[in-house]
Design a protein around this ligand. Structure first.
Ligand SMILES: *Cc1c(COP(=O)(O)O)cnc(C)c1O
Length: 202
């Protein structure tokens, strides 16, 4: 595919996975993980962080403004920035706190009403507003394409938006479509079931 493997990070999606599978991944050297809920992530990762274990933790699920401080305290990357109110809350938490998670804007590439993310047509203006109004450094874009559609056009759209916004990082691709995402420029893929096996029901 013409991609340097070192330029693509495998992020292991730990949500709803039993602890022994996470331990096995850590023992095998995996160091980048993602969770979709702040509380579940705290329960699982806070003690490891306090113990000094080196890992990178990413939030890939919706973030409520009342959980922003907890998220900033725990995560290294927050991938689901998608609205002005959240940008303002993050900016306030970053001003006050010692930790500075890197930030991705989530784009609702399929414009699905039930899905989080900023609409593709609003994405560039939102990134600009994050930078200019909230003084947030945005690292990249993230998307979850519609489950029933071929993902390639959606990944291509995200890559195009990132290029126009001057963003180098693209979080896209899951178990079913990470190869396609890598072909279209993903710099990180979020893989759960293909790595750990099926999740326990939520
Ligand atoms: C659950 C989840 C994943 C991982 O999905 P798999 O199909 O298990 O690889 C990736 N990204 C997000 C945002 C998720 O919620």
């Amino acid at each position: 595919m013409g991609r340097d493997p070192a330029a693509i990070k495998l992020v292991a999606v730990a949500k709803q996975q039993p602890a022994d599978r996470i331990e096995a991944a850590l023992a095998a050297g995996q160091r980048a993980f993602a969770e979709n809920r702040v509380q579940e992530a705290q329960a699982r990762w806070s003690a490891r962080r306090a113990a000094g274990l080196a890992f990178e933790l990413r939030l890939i699920g919706p973030l409520q403004t009342n959980k922003v401080r907890d998220a900033v305290a725990l995560f290294d990357v927050i991938e689901t920035l998608d609205r002005p109110k959240l940008a303002a809350a993050l900016a306030a938490a970053l001003r006050d706190g010692a930790r500075r998670p890197r930030l991705y804007v989530q784009v609702n590439v399929g414009e699905e009403p039930q899905k989080a993310g900023v609409a593709p047509t609003d994405a560039l203006a939102f990134v600009d507003a994050c930078r200019a109004e909230h003084r947030l450094a945005i690292e990249g874009l993230m998307c979850i394409p519609p489950a029933e559609e071929p993902p390639a056009p959606h990944f291509a759209l995200l890559a195009d938006l990132a290029g126009r916004a001057g963003l180098a990082k693209l979080s896209m691709g899951m178990s079913a479509d990470f190869e396609c995402a890598v072909r279209l420029g993903a710099t990180s893929v979020r893989v759960g079931a293909a790595l750990f096996g099926a999740r326990a029901p939520a």
